[in-house]
Design a protein around this ligand. Sequence first.
Ligand code: HEC
Ligand code: HEC
Length: 327
Amino acid sequence: MSLKRIALRAGAAIVALVVLVVAAVFLIFPRVSSAPELKVETTPELVARGSYLFNSQFACGACHTPEMEPHRFSRVADEARIGAGRHMGGVPDFPTDVYAPNLTPTALGDWTDGELYRAIVSGVDRDGKPLFPVMPYPFYKSLDPQDVKAVIAYIRSLPPQPITMPRTKLPMPLPIFMRLVPADATPQTRPDGKDEVALGKYLAFTSSCFECHTKRNERGEPTGTPFAGGNPFGLPGGAMAISANITPDNETGIGGWSREEFIARFRSRNAEADARITPSGHDFDTEMPWSYFAGMTDADLGAIYAYLRTVPPIDSKVTLFTPASEK
Ligand code: HEC
Ligand code: HEC
């Protein structure tokens, strides 16, 4: 056999193998169980708890609620359109176009509670199609079922918003990789406040602190030192925010901050205050949804602080903001 023929055959075999692997991924994944049989018994207390979780602790609204227009500091929520969905734009360096869907009864009215539950913790829509993991379901899979049920009760109580959000567009090969991400939930019990560090850890991972404050690769997987920051976020106007080092390093992290200072930083960034600031792309702006987290209780913020004191201090200086280049 000539060398050319061998090369051709090898080439054909490789193509056939790739086609087979891709076909197998499409057939086998996402591998998640069917939606659970579930009926969330809605009570006013559960809805109130869900509102706290959705609008403060998990900051679901930071993605799923449109921001006030024009853009305000830290993406302040348009309170009249909670859960209506938001065009989130692209992931840097990828021709993606991400939309956080409308979660109000207009869009999800026909979903069962079980389908909604599975979407939040396992990352597939009601038809079992995978969700792009910008939606933090890889972290929500370990949520306490009581927290998920409260969020569902709240979502069910939202006023309908007659908006049809387009679906997210992703280039190849992302739709293939994405099929591997959804997984069955591995629920844990939300630690009670007696073990502050355990509660703080639960919150730091499920409230996206870890996700934003740890460097990630282009597939969004955390690859950096936990909580050492350095993730860039594009902002309206072309500026860039870079997540802070929140490890207890004295010089470059938050080692020098007292618990009171930590909580006060969150309180100073409430929606009302931030709504008055309209950054131009040249003055300080951020992707961190301070106005959402500002609504967290002292107990929850204090627990996060207590947990962050226990992670290894990392000496790594971050410049938190780079303005839009002068035109
Ligand atoms: C960082 C942004 C972000 C956060 C925070 C977030 N989501 Fe999402 N969510 C998304 C995006 C983006 C999608 C759509 C993914 C896609 O199109 O593949 C989505 C999809 C969903 C879906 C599926 C809806 C559908 O029509 O397919 C549900 C349900 C959902 N999110 C609920 C929640 C809840 C509840 C929370 C808080 C506990 C939350 N999300 C937090 C970005 C986010
Ligand atoms: C969507 C991404 C995102 C999320 C979620 C997020 N952060 Fe941030 N964070 C940032 C960015 C970007 C900065 C830098 C700009 C600024 O100060 O807002 C920052 C800054 C901070 C700072 C200020 C540090 C300093 O040196 O001034 C603290 C403290 C902080 N984050 C803690 C947290 C905690 C705790 C959570 C979870 C409850 C969290 N962040 C969630 C992106 C995020």
